[in-house]
Design a protein around this ligand. Structure first.
Ligand code: KIV
Ligand code: ZN
Length: 517
């Protein structure tokens, strides 16, 4: 093991997906996995195969397609879950099984309801079972930070003896304080027999807002694997935000003294993709990837940055791959210019795709004088949605009437799944309500609107508006996005996108699942 290198296990597709309302389709998980590979993530925790058939299939697809990182599947410490995990990842180039079992008194007494010895035997037997399938076995004593240290040490020594190669210390309920958590890791290294032969990992939750700080304290004390999620999504308050841990290690290499395998230039794109797919917007003041993270409002700061960037910026925005807000293309730009700029942003397009994107670009350039990198990024995400997603209903045209005296009215033309063109009109309490009423009238899928958000991309009066909507039908949550220089058009596109996705997910049929950790 390279003592000075920290590796990352990304669990966006597993713990991240456990965030309330963050359901992702198999295709979307694969898309994120591809991006995590580009980012240089060492291990992708692709899912929890025993939890549902859908999760099993998503893990299997990722294991078969993604070749560079290790592909990990989570399993309860029970034989069926482990067999199922192996079945899902056995075609991976480097498969890992991650076995977990609670070790704190609170969990053992109230949840597992059995003796500590029995719990220890269960952990050992199941680590052995996993080891029968693959050499690469991770074990997590769930709720480690509230586990009595003597029992924790004994448990870890026993699973190492049984073959675990990574021992992961989860702060399952986000209870630890950095100094204390660092000491816990140091204590494990000192007191657990065999700890020097395995990799020590940490998995921190953010209930007290300390997941990233705890992860860094653990690294300082010898942990060499950090687990977390892009944008810090995850169960309850989420997991450690990996982009923050990565930039903490990179920016303060002088203090932390470790390196990583990460291509930091892929951070921004990873963050956007996860936000786009889950429908969880990134808060503007979010560290590293928030819209304001590199914006200077104070005159003194602006003056400093103009004279010398490092006066008020500790990271170079280019280091995280942040698209610049400079004018890049305009109305007169041609295909070659568009292709070359998109390639610089990391998008490779076939000639056909380029033709399609060029049409959209021309439409945008007609409405907006300056097309920035951020606009192009948004345009590509729209394009990605159009290519990847089945669109049973296609929105052809939309028109609004709204003034201080008229009743807001929306008129639309939609092509239905049989290819028929339908025109309809409806009124509403406001313009957005009118848009949603008229779409509902045509599509006829009953649903509840859970959330509606508008964000302006790239600033200025002609900024592109990006709308995110979250809808629910029969327990199935669907997220839709749409962007346009006109907010109402963006709202219509977002709602249509959410409905199409809901229909693709089975129109709200309840899924059969097993409880997640
Ligand atoms: O938070 C937790 O304890 C987990 C384990 C399954 C590692 O997610
Ligand atoms: Zn967790």
């Amino acid at each position: 093991m390279d003592e000075d290198r920290v590796i990352f296990l990304d669990t966006t597709l597993r713990d991240g997906e456990q965030a309330a309302g963050a359901g992702m389709s198999g295709e979307e998980k694969l898309e994120i996995a591809r991006q995590l590979e580009r980012l240089g993530i060492d291990i992708i925790e692709a899912g929890f195969p025993a939890s549902s058939q859908g999760d099993f299939e998503a893990v299997q697809t990722i294991a078969r397609e993604i070749r560079k990182p290790t592909i990990c599947a989570l399993a309860h410490a029970n034989p069926n879950a482990i067999d199922r995990a192996w079945e899902a990842i056995k075609d991976a180039r480097q498969p890992r099984i991650h076995v977990f079992l609670s070790t704190s008194d609170i969990h053992i007494m109230h949840q597992l309801r059995r003796g500590k010895e029995e719990v220890m035997d269960q952990a050992v037997e199941n680590v052995r079972r996993a080891k029968g399938y693959t050499d690469d076995v991770e074990f997590s004593p769930m709720d480690a930070t509230r586990t009595e240290p003597g029992f924790l040490y004994a448990m870890l020594a026993a699973v190492i003896e049984a073959g675990a190669t990574t021992i992961n210390i989860p702060d399952t309920v986000g209870y630890a304080i950095p100094e204390e958590f660092g000491k816990l890791i140091a204590g494990i290294r000192e007191n657990v027999k065999g700890a020097d032969k395995v990799r020590i990992s940490v998995h921190c939750h953010d209930d007290l807002g300390m997941a990233v700080a705890n992860s860094l304290a653990a690294v300082k004390n010898g942990a060499r694997q950090v687990e977390g999620c892009i944008n810090g999504i995850g169960e309850r308050a989420g997991n450690a935000a990996l982009e923050e841990v990565i930039m903490g290690l990179e920016t303060r290499r002088d203090f932390m003294g470790v390196s990583t395998n990460i291509d930091t230039k892929q951070i921004y794109r990873s963050s956007r993709m996860v936000s786009d797919i889950t429908g969880f917007p990134v808060q503007p003041n979010k560290a590293v990837v928030g819209a304001n993270a590199f914006r200077h409002a104070s005159g003194i700061h602006q003056d400093g940055v103009i004279k010398e960037r490092s006066t008020y910026e500790i990271m170079d925005p280019q280091e995280i791959g942040l698209p610049s807000n400079m004018l890049v293309l305009g109305k007169l730009s041609g295909r070659a210019g568009l292709r070359s700029r998109l390639e610089e942003l990391g998008y490779q397009l076939s000639t056909e795709q380029l033709a399609q994107v060029f049409e959209r670009f021309k439409g945008l350039a007609d409405k907006k004088r300056e097309v920035t990198d951020r606009d192009l990024d948004l345009l590509m995400r729209e394009e990605y949605r159009a290519i990847k997603e089945a669109e049973p209903y296609k929105l052809e045209h939309i028109q609004f009437i709204s003034s201080s005296t008229d009743i807001p009215t929306a008129t639309i033309r939609i092509i239905d799944p049989s290819g028929r063109t339908i025109s309809e009109a409806a009124t509403g309490n406001g313009p957005v309500d009118a848009v949603y009423n008229v779409i509902n009238r045509v599509v006829g899928v009953p649903n509840q609107l859970l959330d509606y958000q508008v964000q302006a991309v790239s600033g200025g009066m002609d900024a592109v508006a990006e709308v995110t909507v979250r809808i629910e039908s029969n327990g199935v949550v669907s997220v839709g996005r749409g962007s346009d220089t006109d907010t109402l058009s963006a709202s219509a596109k977002a709602y249509m996108n959410a409905l199409n996705r809901l229909i693709a997910m089975g129109g709200g049929q309840p899924a059969t699942t097993v409880a997640t950790p």
